[in-house]
Design a protein around this ligand. Structure first.
Ligand code: DX5
Ligand code: ZN
Length: 219
C-alpha cells in the first residue's frame, strides 16, 4: 500500500489557509486533515463545517475530518455536506459507535474510527467491517506539537494484526507527534497514513520540503 501523508491544518497559518493547502498539493500530500475540536471532548475549540467547505473550494484533495467532539452523530450530515470525504469518530465520544459508523456510511462517505492512547482496541473487532480507516492517536488529542507516545507503535501493530485476521483493507492512520524521527517506526509497524501538523507547517524547510523530508525518512 502506498504511504499517504495527510497534513493537519491545525498548525497551518490560518490567515493564509488557501495558499498553505495549495503548497500541500504541490508537496504531494494525499489528503488534508481537519481537526475539529468542540471545547468539550477536548478543551480547545477549532473548526466547524464552514471551514471544511472553505477547504473544499480550494482543493481537490480529499478532506479527512477528525471529529474530536461529543455526540458526533448530531453533526455528521453537516460535515458531509460541507465536503468531508472521510469522517473519523472517537470510540470514547460515541455512546453507540457501531450506529454512528453506520450513519457515516449511509451518507456515502468513508468512515474512520479512532482510539486515544489510553483506550484499548477491543471495540475494533465489533466495528471493523464498517470502517475504511483506523486511526491510532499517538498523543492525547487536543493540541498540535506534543511528544509522540511510544506505545502507539505496539497498537499500530495490533491493528495490523486484527485487520489481517478479518481480511480488512482499512487504512491504518497515526496522528500526533509524527516527524522525521518517529515516522519510520510507525510505518514499519503498519501505518499507511501519516498525519502531521507541526512537522509540516512549522518546518524551516517549508511545507513542500517538509512533506518530502517525511517521505524520505520512511524509505
Ligand atoms: C491532535 C490532532 C492532530 C494534531 C497533530 O489532537 O488530532 O491532528 O494536529 O499535530 P502534530 O503533528 O503537531 O502532533
Ligand atoms: Zn487529528
Amino acid at each position: 500500500m502506498k504511504l499517504e501523508i495527510s497534513p493537519s491544518i491545525l498548525s497551518a497559518d490560518l490567515a493564509q489557509l488557501g495558499r498553505e493547502i495549495e503548497l500541500c498539493e504541490v508537496g504531494g500530500a494525499d489528503a488534508i486533515h481537519v481537526d475539529v475540536m468542540d471545547g468539550r471532548f477536548v478543551p480547545a475549540i477549532t473548526f466547524g463545517p464552514i471551514i471544511v467547505k472553505a477547504c473544499q473550494r480550494v482543493t481537490k484533495l480529499p478532506l479527512d475530518v477528525h471529529l474530536m467532539i461529543v455526540e458526533p452523530e448530531k453533526h455528521l450530515e453537516a460535515f458531509a455536506e460541507a465536503g468531508a470525504a472521510l469522517l473519523t469518530v472517537h470510540v470514547e465520544a460515541c455512546a453507540h459507535i457501531h450506529g454512528t459508523l453506520q450513519a457515516i456510511k449511509r451518507l456515502g462517505i468513508k468512515a474512520g474510527v479512532t482510539f486515544n492512547p489510553g483506550t484499548p482496541l477491543d471495540a475494533l473487532w465489533n466495528v471493523v467491517d464498517l470502517v475504511d480507516l483506523v486511526l491510532i492517536m499517538s498523543v492525547n488529542p487536543g493540541a498540535g506539537g506534543q511528544k509522540f507516545i511510544a506505545h502507539s507503535i505496539d497498537k499500530v501493530r495490533e491493528v495490523k494484526r486484527i485487520l489481517a485476521e478479518v481480511g480488512s483493507e482499512a487504512v491504518i492512520q497515526i496522528d500526533g507527534g509524527i516527524n522525521t524521527e518517529t515516522a519510520k517506526a510507525a510505518v514499519d509497524a503498519g501505518a499507511t497514513n501519516l498525519v502531521a501538523g507541526s512537522a509540516i507547517f512549522g518546518s524551516p524547510a517549508g511545507i513542500v520540503g517538509a512533506i518530502g523530508a517525511l517521505r524520505n525518512a520512511v524509505n
